[in-house]
Design a protein around this ligand. Structure first.
Ligand code: PEP
Ligand code: MG
Length: 593
């Protein structure tokens, strides 16, 4: 029977295809005594050999498609296979107790994972996941059951999962992933952001999808409406196929438009740039006519691998993006690890509130080895393109000053090494903590630009965890407190003569375009998929009336009322455009104020 579940649409588009449920696979494992212990040991060693071959194949394929850094995760898996503790325990128990090997492997993995997870240290989380991955692979061989691996899907599928980490999402097989549906997560979680960046339709926060969908069920993801339909009937399928075709046609018409600039009706430029996480996304940005990269989330290079990337590897990644975009700007945001992004090879203590904890610039200032290596790579890349750098989660002036001490040390270091770099590289501050908003006037005098990270600014201003689906309804970008903070930040930037852009998800929501332009935002940076819609929206507004509208909103006290007013104006503009379309012959509708 058809089941429809509503969640949070985080990446637009419709996907229709077979579901593939992802999570810890439940394999049916019996315990029995074996008659021939030697034969059982042979079975164990053959399963290990097969698992090793499969992992090595995956390693090679991944290195070929995504580069060596992404393939390194499989080195960690190979190390687990070779771990003497694991091998010896299984061999001894087969010899001494005569128990079947799949039961012993399962028992070992279950005990070890539990022990690892009970340690109060988040770096072990990824280790437990690696161990389970390897265990499932060996069990798959022993039981002749296929192994599900997200970066190598056998056929086009819609991934259904209770939860996907940003690392899982960064690791997806892009050719065969049609869409994503998860029980957990919120609209600005990094998993959601990555799905948007990769242009994969996605709905999160579905709560029960993992319980209802089975692998092989036909499933529809409507990322624009935030709806998932499991086992649709013929009539629903026909309606959704038609809707998918229509959305795709509208989208490609928007992309096809020849305009590269983004200009209001009264000639005001509002450059639109792309947010990227991985160099592969540059192509998405260019296809959607991004005028540069306004936010490069560099930490993604650190995920899905057993060790830190070297300065050289970082340098190459940054050069690749800077050269591809040259002469357009590329704003590299320094490492923002912690929060919802963890890597197994960095020692994080378990935190009660990771979003308020050892995250982003706080982590970098405590780990100057990692921070300086990244800064050297960024500054060296600055001579190959139009590179700018900005720092995440700056909470005040003293913190920014500490960052600048490190920056100057790295400059001196590069000079000593006679490495060329752009000494006038533009240095910016992300404004994403309310305390930074309060002192924006002082910060503005110390840096070259501001970029408002509304995802975090909303989370910290409204005290709403951005990844918690239970309170996702309280995550309100139209809250007057948020609008006023943006206004305050833009005014401080203007007074100091520096530009202020927005790179949070709000920038990619066309509902907010007129308001943000009216507040005086100098550019907008967003997931590439959002660019055509926002560019069309910029082209449909006038700066003069946007300013009047922004003044009106700044006097309002209710988020619901602000939202309703924005929606009304947005709809009016859309119907005006339809009426002006030469294919219709109506007169233009009046623009609401
Ligand atoms: C933000 O917080 O708005 C932002 C752009 O940074 P991130 O989403 O990576 O935290
Ligand atoms: Mg942020």
């Amino acid at each position: 029977m058809e089941i429809s579940i509503n969640g949070i649409g985080v990446s637009p588009g419709i996907a229709i295809g077979p579901a593939l449920t992802f999570g810890v696979q439940t394999l049916d494992i019996a315990r029995y005594e074996v008659a021939d212990r030697d034969a059982e040991l042979v079975r164990f060693h053959e399963a290990l050999k097969d698992a090793r071959n499969a992992i090595q194949r995956l390693r090679e394929q991944t290195a070929e498609q995504l580069g060596d850094k992404h393939a390194e995760i499989f080195d960690a898996h190979l190390m687990i296979l070779d771990d003497p503790l694991f091998r010896e325990e299984i061999e001894n128990r087969v010899r001494d107790e005569g128990i079947n090997v799949e039961y012993l492997v399962d028992d070992f993995i279950a005990r070890m994972s539990k022990a690892i997870e009970s340690v109060d240290d988040t770096r072990f989380r990824e280790r437990a996941r690696d161990l389970m991955d390897v265990g499932t692979r060996i069990l798959g061989k022993l039981l002749n059951a296929p192994m599900l691996c997200l970066n190598r899907l056998e056929r086009p599928s819609v991934i259904v999962a209770h939860d996907l980490s940003p690392s899982d999402t960064a690791n997806l097989d892009l050719t065969n992933t049609l869409g994503l549906a998860t029980d957990l997560s919120g609209p600005t979680s990094h998993t959601a952001i990555l799905a948007r960046a990769l242009e994969i339709p996605a709905v999160v926060g579905l709560k029960y999808v993992g319980q209802h969908a089975l692998s092989g069920d036909t499933i529809i993801i409507d990322g624009s409406q935030g709806r998932v339909i499991i086992r649709p009937n013929e009539q629903t399928l026909a309606v959704m196929r038609a809707k998918k075709k229509q959305e795709e046609e509208q989208r490609s018409a928007l992309i096809r438009t020849e305009v590269n600039r983004s200009v209001t009706q009264d000639g005001h430029d509002v450059p639109i740039l792309a947010n990227i996480e991985l160099p592969v996304e540059v192509a998405h940005g260019l296809r959607n006519r991004a005028q540069g990269v306004g936010l490069y989330r560099t930490e993604y290079l650190f995920l899905n691998r057993p060790s830190l990337p070297s300065e050289e590897e970082q340098y190459e990644a940054y050069c690749e993006v800077a050269q591809a975009l040259k002469p357009s700007p590329v704003v590299l945001r320094t490492l923002d690890l912690g929060g919802d992004k963890f890597v197994s090879h960095i020692n994080y203590a378990e935190e009660l509130n990771p979003q308020l904890g050892w995250r982003a610039i706080r982590f970098c200032l405590e780990r100057p080895d990692i921070f300086k290596a990244q800064l050297r790579a960024i500054f060296r890349a600055s001579v190959l393109g139009n590179v700018e750098v900005m720092f995440p989660l700056i909470s005040g002036v003293d913190e920014f000053d500490r960052v600048m001490v490190v920056v100057r040390e790295v400059f001196a270091d590069l000079e000593r090494r006679s490495e060329p770099f752009d000494k006038n590289i533009r240095i910016g501050t992300m404004i994403e903590v309310p305390s930074a908003v309060a002192v924006a006037d002082v910060l503005a005098k110390r840096c070259d630009f501001f970029s408002i990270g509304t995802n975090d600014l909303i989370q910290y201003s409204l005290a709403v965890d951005r990844v918690n689906e239970k309170i996702a309804h309280m995550y309100e970008p139209a809250h007057p407190a948020v609008i006023r903070m943006i206004h305050h930040t833009v005014s401080a930037a203007k007074a100091a003569g520096i530009p202020c852009s927005i790179c949070g998800e709000m920038a990619g929501d066309p509902l907010f375009t007129e308001l943000l332009v009216g507040l005086g935002i100098s550019s907008l940076s967003m997931s590439s998929v959002a660019i055509p819609m926002v560019r069309a929206e910029v082209a449909s507004i006038r700066l003069s009336s946007a300013k009047r509208f922004a003044r009106k909103v700044l006097d309002m006290g209710s988020g619901n009322e602000i939202k309703a007013l924005m929606m009304k104006r947005y709809k009016t503009r859309q119907s005006t455009e339809r009426l002006l379309d030469p294919k219709t012959d109506g007169a233009p509708a009046p623009q609401a104020e």
